[in-house]
Design a protein around this ligand. Structure first.
Ligand SMILES: [Zn+2]
Length: 258
């Protein structure tokens, strides 16, 4: 083990004793690590403001064999996302993305892919017009679900594979996707959503982060997505997190996360 170098994104940062910080870092090489930055809260610390949530850093880490906590030796800032920190809707979405990763990962998942997706989302949020933050956030949530092994199917009925013909379709978190009228008979709980919302989610799911600019979400589509995707997340990953990220988005951002 010993000294290793990796890029990382700060998912969570807290105080440890008087002058140190304890940080959850999602690294491209090792997945999620918990690291201690000794003296990070002392004036003039070598870590400066590098360890704020959402920052993309280059970290030199002292890894300890078999220990849960490693030590941060030094950091360089690669991107501190200034526009994101200056605008509440962007900041809410970026912190939400980091929180979801923090809660849902253990470091054993597809690390480089997850790291690249999170970094892509943070850059997308930083560079987007504030009205387009939701497109980047939900695209990331769908990517994260897929990387974690949960891919909701918004393309056709998960039971009979028929495409929906009605304007309103049904979504079942338990069944993992859309369910047509025929197949839904006798079943317990469904979310209704418009066919246009299902189509947009499917586009977000298949779209690459570079060409999200072609996707626009209306206000009602955003509202439906805010009901359906957190419900799906909660059903499949609920025991792993208390969903603060989604609640936070509802409360603080509401319609402002557009
Ligand atoms: Zn069906």
């Amino acid at each position: 083990m010993g000294l290793v170098k990796s890029e990382g994104i700060v998912l969570k940062a807290g105080r440890l004793r008087e002058t140190s910080k304890i940080v959850n870092l999602y690294t491209d090489r090792f997945g999620k690590l918990t690291v201690v930055a000794k003296g990070a809260l002392k004036p003039g610390s070598r870590f400066g403001a590098d360890l704020e949530v959402c920052n993309h850093i280059l970290a030199v880490i002292y890894r300890r064999e078999g220990k849960e906590i490693d030590y941060l030796s030094s950091t360089d800032i690669l991107n501190d996302f200034p526009k994101t920190k200056a605008e509440l809707p962007k900041w809410t979405a970026a912190c939400g993305a980091c929180e979801l990763v923090d809660k849902a990962t253990s470091g054993e998942e597809a690390q480089a892919q997850l790291f690249a997706s999170l970094l892509g989302a943070l850059k997308g949020i930083e560079d987007s017009a504030s009205g387009r933050v939701a497109v980047h956030f939900w695209h990331f949530v769908l990517r994260l679900l897929e990387i974690l092994g949960y891919r909701p199917d918004f393309s056709s009925c998960v039971k009979c594979r028929k495409m929906a013909e009605e304007d309103e379709v049904l979504f079942s978190a338990a069944d993992g996707g859309l369910v047509c009228r025929n197949c839904s008979i006798g079943a317990e709980f469904y979310h209704k959503l418009s066919k246009s919302t299902a189509g947009k989610v499917s586009l977000l799911q298949r779209g690459r982060s570079e060409n999200l600019s072609r996707i626009n979400l209306t206000r009602s589509e955003k509202e439906e997505i805010r009901r359906v995707l957190p419900a799906f997340w909660k059903y499949h990953l609920g025991d792993k997190l208390d969903l603060k990220s989604f609640e936070f988005m509802e409360k603080v951002a509401g319609d402002r996360v557009r």
